[in-house]
Design a protein around this ligand. Structure first.
Ligand code: FDM
Ligand code: MG
Length: 211
């Protein structure tokens, strides 16, 4: 029987380097001749994604915090079947941000934690959540920081605290120390974790939808 793919999520603050690491993971799978795909959230190509994109780029776009939160969640629900079909057909998915970003960014605005978690319940549950752990202070010095709506040091500090809260509620959470490490060091920590998971995950079962 064919083994299902792994569903691997990368999380972190803006400019934490997770998008580059996602590409490195794809190369890792390519070297092993394993099928893998990259997806990202928000997926700015869909109907809801276009609304989110406009909201992020134009600071004068007025949408309530609850509305934005539910748009992000809907943006993930739009991809649910695709994720399940891809994984269950044996292809790995590397996913740049997921529901954890959803909770972290909205909870950072002051909305109730449990309220933030609720809309994503029932989505596919990742096998691995790799949190590229860089602080707001570290990322605020990086090139490009400040271009989009949420890229302000004070706000990123709140997002960071919200991410840290999720460590305790997500059993598949793994911290990848990212602040002082080089890109290569981060990459080797990530691929080590993925290799471990490739050895140990159960083959027969479909990806659970118990997020
Ligand atoms: N973001 C992302 C949210 O606020 N909620 C979400 O559910 C997701 C997936 O969108 F500032 C925020 C995080 C970031 C912004 O994401 C755009 P990228 O990864 O920088 O494109
Ligand atoms: Mg960004």
């Amino acid at each position: 029987m064919q083994k299902r793919g792994l569903f691997i999520v990368l999380e972190g603050l803006d400019r934490s380097g997770k998008s580059s690491q996602c590409k490195n993971i794809l190369n890792f799978f390519a070297q092993k001749e394993m099928a893998a795909e990259l997806i990202n959230f928000p997926n700015r190509e869909t109907q809801t994604g276009k609304m989110i994109d406009g909201y992020l780029k134009n600071s004068d776009t007025k949408l309530g915090d609850e509305v934005v939160h539910l748009l992000y969640s809907t943006n993930r629900w739009e991809m649910k079947e695709y994720i399940l079909e891809t994984i269950n057909s044996g292809t790995h998915i590397v996913c740049d941000r997921y529901a954890y970003s959803g909770v972290a960014y909205t909870h950072a605005k002051g909305l109730d934690f449990d309220w933030c978690v609720a809309p994503d319940k029932g989505l596919p549950h990742p096998d691995l959540v790799l949190f590229v752990n860089t602080t707001a202070e570290e990322i605020s010095k990086r090139a490009g920081f400040g271009d989009e709506r949420y890229e302000k040091t004070e706000f990123q500090e709140k997002v960071y605290s919200a991410f840290i809260k999720m460590k305790d509620v997500e059993p598949h959470w793994h911290d990848i120390e990212g602040g002082s490490a080089t890109i290569e060091e981060i990459e080797s920590r990530i691929t080590e974790k993925i290799s471990e998971t490739l050895e140990s995950y159960s083959s027969g079962e479909d990806l659970p939808t118990n997020l």
